[in-house]
Design a protein around this ligand. Structure first.
Ligand code: FRU
Length: 522
């Protein structure tokens, strides 16, 4: 009897355990299927922002208010190519995890909604809200297609809209447009800031080959106060998406103003890119004695980037559109098109008397990285170190080295390769995606080797940080002194990294680490 009971008990326990196990398996299977269904299409970025579906381009209206970072973006909800523009909307509390929101702004009788910015009107200067509930005000460009089609030149005007519930609902101002057009074909992308010294709002707008500054007391009536740039910087294409930012030079009390200007085409590695000027702003206009053209990012895929308004601690946080107009409409994704860069913190450095804008991923992103132990890697002249890593397309690679001839190749079993190299003699960093995977969707995509001329790097060891997602690579050299962002579409994930010493002496990679980056989508 005792034995029988015992046997029954054991059997029951086994059955219960068994069914528990089955249940667990079933449960995890369910979790897995739901997890793999959402944001799991080929090339879907796992920790970069991309819209759930359809076409996206520039980030717009980036503003922080009451604990929420808003990200609006150029959006066409009916197709995966560019079309009548709306403002899509997403929110985040940490700039890492995002929640999708309904479309914020729809085209109206004045036109489609092109790029622009948003501010918190703290003193309710616009009168749209109240002292207790200050409005969010969006300032954007209207693009009237009928006007363009009719061959007119006045089809871009500026409009405003406001929200009294932290961005959930928007009302257009009935006095729109707030700035008309007297015949400037490219007249767009207003970026507005509060200028405390002159107690007014300042709008930076681009007009083809230069920037215009407008001033306003109430965000509704604007007057032209200054112009900049006809004879400054790169002019290989039309000027777009400006941003005027007051910045302190790191390690000093020197205050400068930085003007970001995206241009398309005319970027150093082809197509779209973003240049910057460091100078002064007197409340009316911007001036600079900068001679050379400077680029915030040397890669092909960081465009139309601007910074957040009203951030805590006045941090300057930048997000760009991770694509290039040369092939943006052709990239091999099906459900959605394109993603944003990682949010990056901007700093201004002075190196050997020259100002340099630094951009480096915000610290919050570190929470996603599960880093393997740091180690030192020594590679003798002519030798190769091989690192196997399951799914390099969701990883971060970091190490410190000095300027030496080195080649890093990310490979998969199809022998597709993405090649990064340092050419010490010519002080160049190079990225070759010609054999990286799918490249033939557009003729220019894999053609040129992308380059960064490295000047002013320290003589000692400095950091290389490389972040790969399913269809992108971002490379930060010396903590963001030089940056390269590029899209890449391998037919299979990379799972091997080779590091070749092409120099005549031993190379030391200090604190080498490779880690998996977790996905942000639930
Ligand atoms: C930049 C840009 C802007 C314009 C928007 C239209 O990528 O061309 O100048 O406002 O895209 O979608």
């Amino acid at each position: 009897m005792g034995f029988k009971l015992n046997l029954i008990t054991v059997l029951t326990v086994l059955i219960v355990l068994g069914s528990c196990k089955n249940k667990k398996q079933k449960q995890s299977a369910i979790i897995e299927t739901t997890q793999t269904k959402y944001y799991a299409e080929p090339y879907r970025p796992q920790f970069h922002f991309s819209p759930e579906e359809k076409w996206m381009n520039d980030p717009n209206g980036m503003v922080y208010h009451e604990g929420v970072y808003h990200l609006f973006y150029q959006y066409y909800p009916d197709d995966i190519v560019w079309g009548p523009m709306h403002w899509g909307h997403a929110v985040s509390r940490d700039l890492v995890h995002w929640e999708h929101k309904p479309i914020a702004l729809y085209p109206d009788e004045h036109g489609m909604i092109f790029s622009g910015s948003a501010v918190v009107d703290k003193n309710n200067t616009s009168g749209f809200g109240s002292a207790e509930n200050p409005p969010l005000v969006a300032i954007y460009t209207y693009h009237l297609m009928e006007g363009e089609k009719a061959g007119r030149t006045d089809f871009q005007t500026q409009g405003i809209a406001y929200s009294l519930d932290n961005g959930n609902n928007w009302a257009k101002y009935e006095g729109n447009p707030v700035i008309g057009n007297e015949g400037i074909k490219d007249f767009r992308d207003p970026k507005v800031m509060w200028h405390e010294a002159s107690k007014k709002w300042v709008m930076t707008l681009v007009a083809g080959d230069h920037a215009k500054f407008y001033g306003s007391k109430d965000l509704k009536k604007w007057e032209l106060i200054g112009e900049f740039g006809k004879d400054n910087g790169a002019h290989g294409g039309v000027w777009e998406c400006p941003d005027l930012i007051p910045m302190k030079v790191e390690g000093s009390d020197e205050e400068k103003w930085v003007l970001l200007i995206s241009i398309n085409p005319g970027a150093p590695n082809g197509g779209s890119g973003t240049q910057y000027f460091v100078g002064n702003f007197n409340g009316n206009t911007f001036t600079t004695d900068q001679k050379e053209t400077k680029w915030i990012d040397w890669g092909t895929d960081n465009y139309a980037g601007v910074t957040y308004s009203n951030t805590p601690n006045d941090e300057i946080i930048f997000i760009g559109w991770m694509s290039n107009w040369t092939y943006a409409r052709d990239t091999p994704t099906e459900k959605w098109r394109s993603a944003m860069t990682l949010p990056r913190k901007l700093l201004l450095n002075k190196v050997n008397g020259s100002y340099q804008l630094i951009n480096y991923p915000i610290d919050e992103l570190n929470t996603l990285v599960k880093t393997n132990k740091k180690k030192e890697i020594k590679i003798e002249a002519g030798e190769v170190e091989t690192i196997q890593f399951d799914n390099i397309n969701q990883s971060e690679v970091k190490f410190h080295t000095s300027l030496k001839d080195l080649r890093l190749t990310f490979l998969n079993s199809l022998d597709e390769k993405l090649i990064l190299s340092i050419n010490a003699e010519n002080s160049l960093f190079l990225l070759d995606r010609s054999k990286s995977g799918k490249i033939d969707f557009q003729e220019d995509f894999g053609k040129e080797i992308q380059q960064i001329p490295l000047a002013n790097l320290p003589n000692e060891y400095f950091e290389f940080r490389i972040i790969l997602d399913q269809s992108s690579i971002e490379i930060f050299i010396n903590k963001g002194q030089y940056v390269m962002t590029a899209q890449v579409f391998p037919n299979e994930n990379y799972n091997r990294l080779t590091i070749e010493n092409l120099s005549q002496e031993q190379i030391l990679l200090k604190s080498f680490e490779i880690g998996k980056v977790s996905r942000i989508w639930k």
